[in-house]
Design a binder for this molecule. Structure first.
Ligand code: NAD
Length: 465
């Protein structure tokens, strides 16, 4: 880890920051819509005015190409902030539920109100967008926020701390840099909501800590997201789109295709299509300095992935090599068995196992027998296949004929099920995460003659149903 520990907050500083942000919440300053809108616009400016700085930071930590950083980290963040600023009025508008006529003068109203001070814990793989999109929703909802970015992307985390202090209200939105001890300290405190993005292992610790304070939690976790190739699929298209999903951030993406299930009858055609797509994506030597692939986040992860390549019983048909800059050429492995080491944990790297199965039913059965993934990708235009996948499997999202790009549809909730997490966010859904729908009535005194029968003493025939 290259972060200087001097940038980490001490336990005393965490207590001081917590008290300061709690005071801000109490003061009510984060509630007015004008304040929220100003902060959202500032957040968009914070990205737009410093595009190169953000790209440099991501390049330093993850070696990610500027184009990939702009399209997957910066663009969606700016869009998310502006979209929230534009729709704030609508999202925060009190609702009048339909009530029976005899309750119509009770003024029944549901007010979307901020829950209170929130904690965001974010991962390293998309260190900007996975920190700032949750923040956008919390600001829109009117919540102050303490943010704990990942210690594994220290340059981005330091930039987040500096920029958020400079552009946003420093009494309401604060970054705490640190690793496990600092996160553990944060988790001991009482929060109105915790949104955690990361591994299931840490997700369990977060949920257990939150339970002590009855704090609601959103867990955005990972898992092995499968791809099913049906016999009717356009194999060239499928190959390009599967490979696209795998090369984004070198497979260090929560919705990256983890493995492919392909019926034996079309397996060799699919492998040929994958190799064709591979050659067109990467016309130069994969480990060339000019190569545009993100590096693996740290040495431990690099070693884990290279060990998997060494120990698989499958056949490496593309890639299979790494270098001293922690880059691993996207690696396609065919003839992988369900008991292969590659099929155990989420790969979270540039390795794509291809597993042959008898037919689509067998593929569905493999998916249904495992933990519910964050995403399931199916390549088919056959309505029967589509319906079977809908009916017989479960996953955070189900996408036909592409990978990863479901995340571009911000209007849909993004989240997992089962081991891939619970709760969801994106766009208004993120506003909802940090919002309590508070029921309100104002009972008129004139009701007395009509409700007198509710008071004791009770009589046997006082209540008609
Ligand atoms: P991680 O769980 O290791 O770390 C995430 C955060 O938890 C970091 O801020 C870290 O400081 C903190 N943390 C780590 N260990 C801790 C401990 N023992 N106690 C308290 N806090 C601790 O996750 P990661 O490795 O950064 O991310 C990879 C995982 O996240 C993958 O499984 C991936 O699929 C998943 N992920 C999910 C999404 C999603 O939106 N669902 C997005 C990105 C990543």
């Amino acid at each position: 880890m290259s972060a200087s520990n001097s940038q980490y907050s001490t336990i005393e500083q965490i207590d001081e920051i917590y008290a300061r942000v709690a005071q801000t919440w109490k003061s009510g300053v984060t509630r007015p819509l004008d304040y929220r809108r100003r902060q959202l616009l500032q957040l968009a400016r914070m990205i737009q005015e410093n595009k190169t700085l953000w790209e440099d930071a991501v390049l330093a930590d993850l070696g990610k190409h500027r184009q990939e950083c702009a399209s997957t980290e910066l663009g969606p963040t700016v869009h998310g902030a502006l979209h929230a600023a534009e729709n704030l009025e609508d999202w925060a508008r009190p609702e009048k539920p339909k009530v029976d006529s005899w309750r119509q003068n009770w003024d029944a109203t549901v007010y979307p109100v901020p829950k209170g001070t929130a904690l965001l814990i974010s991962p390293w793989n998309f260190p900007i967008v996975l920190t700032l999109l949750p923040l956008v929703g919390a600001i829109a909802a009117g919540c102050p926020v303490v943010i704990k970015p990942s210690e594994l992307t220290p340059t981005v985390s330091a930039l987040l701390a500096r920029m958020i202090e400079q552009y946003l209200d420093p009494n309401a939105y604060v970054v705490i840099q640190g690793a496990i001890p600092e996160t553990t300290k944060l988790l001991e405190l009482r929060w109105a909501h915790i949104l955690y993005t990361g591994s299931g292992r840490v997700g369990r610790l977060v949920a257990a800590a939150a339970a002590k304070h009855v704090t609601p939690v959103t867990l955005e976790l990972g898992g092995k997201s499968p791809v099913i190739i049906a016999p009717d699929a356009d194999l060239d298209l499928a190959a390009r789109r599967v490979l696209f999903g795998k090369v984004q951030n070198s497979g260090q993406l929560c919705v990256t295709p983890d493995y492919v299930l392909v019926p034996t009858a079309i397996a060799s055609d699919f492998k040929a299509a994958m190799l064709k797509a591979y050659a067109s994506f990467f016309p130069i030597n994969p480990l060339d300095a000019e190569s545009q692939w993100s590096k693996i986040v740290n040495h431990a992860q690099y070693q884990r992935l290279m060990n998997l390549i060494l120990t698989t019983k499958g056949t490496v048909i593309a890639g299979g090599v790494g270098d001293f800059r922690r880059r691993i050429a996207t690696t396609i492995v065919s003839d992988v068995g369900l008991d292969d080491p590659l099929m155990e944990e989420e790969l979270f790297g540039p390795i794509l196992p291809i597993v042959e199965v008898e037919d689509v039913d067998a593929a569905i059965s493999v998916v249904a027998d495992r933990h519910s993934p964050l995403a399931l990708y199916v390549f088919s235009n056959d309505e029967t296949v589509k319906q079977k996948c809908l009916d017989r499997t479960n996953s955070g999202s189900l996408i036909f004929n592409d990978t990863v790009w479901q995340i571009v549809v911000h209007e849909m909730p993004f989240g997992g099920i089962g081991e891939s997490g619970y709760g969801s966010y994106f766009s208004k859904n993120t506003f909802d995460v940090f919002t309590h729908r508070r029921s309100y009535c104002n009972m008129p005194a004139e009701l007395e003659p009509f409700i007198g029968h509710r008071y004791p003493p009770y009589t046997d025939d006082s209540y008609k149903i």
